[in-house]
Ligand binder design. Structure first.
Ligand code: SF4
Length: 400
């Protein structure tokens, strides 16, 4: 089975107003101390496991200078050689992704990371509408986002993903359609579309609670109504399908051959190591979490101690529930036969009540693996219906 490595870079040039990720403002002194500690943690992982997918995320990994980033990537590949992951879409392969913020990349930086072995980039575009980008507090314009995609192509990336957000205050179905059209016109291999969530403690939460009287947002301060975001999501599915993108996970679309291997491993409850501030690992039935305090993290690693703050054992019923709600994130659903073999439990018996209720509500269905309604036989899968996709959080909660 594939094992993944996630490496976290917790620095950004500026905080976006919706962000609740583990990240602070970039400072070169802190970044240098952090990278030294991070390398130690990566070395410890390298001694334990053969890694198939690497994902350098953040924060903003590309907030680091070209030299610092190159040095880190060289260090990772000196200690880890990527092994091919399990067959995905009928192919073996390995994948090394870096997240890139359009406000922190140029041709030289992207060429440097590509030449060092990073073969996929995920560009945080979020919107191609400048007023939406301004509202979100992004540090780049729509034009810079477009240019970042060109830079990535010129640097030799043939696997580019673009992240987009819908449900932004002031956003309309028409402006979302324009963003999607622009994204598709740039020809990325992969597109992720996330609905904006307003997390407590973020600047966006505060802004919506107490909007300043001077603030004017075309379309109003409140995020679009639920029916509007549903309309946007349904348009996304239809529009991207008509342009050759396979909808393979609730929020993710890809051209054939470009599903994200790293994330598929998460949704399959695969094993992964997380290195860096606040990073999570899932190994041998345990999930453990690193401290999210920068000083604590650096001190622990400098003293050759573990930065792990908490460990949770995910076994028994907890593991089964997790397998169901993670598996249901995939559009092709959970293979019932594989589930039974892996967990030694018959899925349809163990979750008989929940499945029956959600079937009656039209939220899940059992189909054969080719997507046809199936009453019997092997190779069936349990998956969300179209209605279930729109109410996925409700379904996941029902399996907890
Ligand atoms: S760039 Fe990403 S991690 Fe950084 S503040 Fe914005 S959303 Fe958060």
């Amino acid at each position: 089975m594939s094992v993944s490595l996630y490496v976290h870079i917790p620095f950004c040039l500026k905080r976006c107003i919706y962000c609740d990720f583990v990240s602070g403002i970039y400072d070169s002194g802190k970044a240098n101390a952090y990278i030294a500690a991070l390398k130690k943690e990566i070395d410890a992982v390298a001694a334990k496991a053969a890694i198939s997918t690497l994902y350098i995320g953040g924060g903003t990994p590309t907030a680091l200078s070209t030299d610092a980033l190159s040095d880190l990537i060289r260090h990772i590949f000196t200690h880890i050689s990527l092994t091919p992951s399990d067959d995905i879409e009928g192919k073996e392969g390995n994948e090394a992704t870096i997240e890139a913020n359009p406000g922190t990349v140029d041709r030289v930086k992207l060429q440097a990371v590509r030449s060092l072995g990073i073969n996929r980039t995920s560009i945080g575009v979020q919107s191609f509408d400048n007023s939406e980008l301004d509202l979100l507090g992004r540090i780049h314009s729509s034009e810079e986002a477009e240019q970042a995609v060109y830079f990535a192509r010129e640097a030799g990336f043939d696997n580019i993903s673009i992240d987009l957000i819908y449900g932004i205050p002031g956003q309309t179905p028409a402006s979302w359609e324009k963003t999607l059209e622009k994204a598709v016109s740039l020809g990325p291999e992969h597109i992720s579309t996330y609905e904006l969530t307003v997390e407590e403690g973020t600047a966006l939460h505060e802004l919506l609670k107490n909007p300043p009287s001077s603030l004017f947002i075309k379309g109003g301060i409140n995020p679009p109504a639920e029916e509007t975001t549903i309309e946007m999501y349904e348009h996304t599915i239809a529009y991207l399908a008509s342009h050759g993108y396979v909808h393979y996970e609730i929020s993710n679309f890809a051209r054939p051959g470009h599903f994200c291997r790293h994330n598929l491993n998460y949704w399959d409850r695969g094993e992964y190591y997380g290195a860096g501030l606040g990073a999570h690992s899932h190994v041998e039935g345990k999930r453990y979490y690193n401290t999210d305090r920068l000083d604590e993290y650096i001190q622990a690693l400098s003293a050759d101690k573990s930065p792990v703050k908490e460990t949770e054992y995910i076994t028994g019923d907890k593991a089964l529930s997790e397998a169901v709600f993670l598996g249901l994130r995939r559009i092709d659903g959970l293979n019932i036969e594989h589930f039974s073999k892996r967990y030694k439990v018959d899925l349809l018996t163990r979750f008989e009540k929940e499945i029956r209720e959600f079937q009656e509500a039209g939220l899940v269905e059992i189909v054969d693996i080719n997507g046809l309604n199936s009453l019997s036989g092997l190779n069936r899968s349990l998956r969300l219906t179209r209605k279930g996709l729109l109410l996925s959080n409700e379904v996941f909660a029902g399996f907890l």
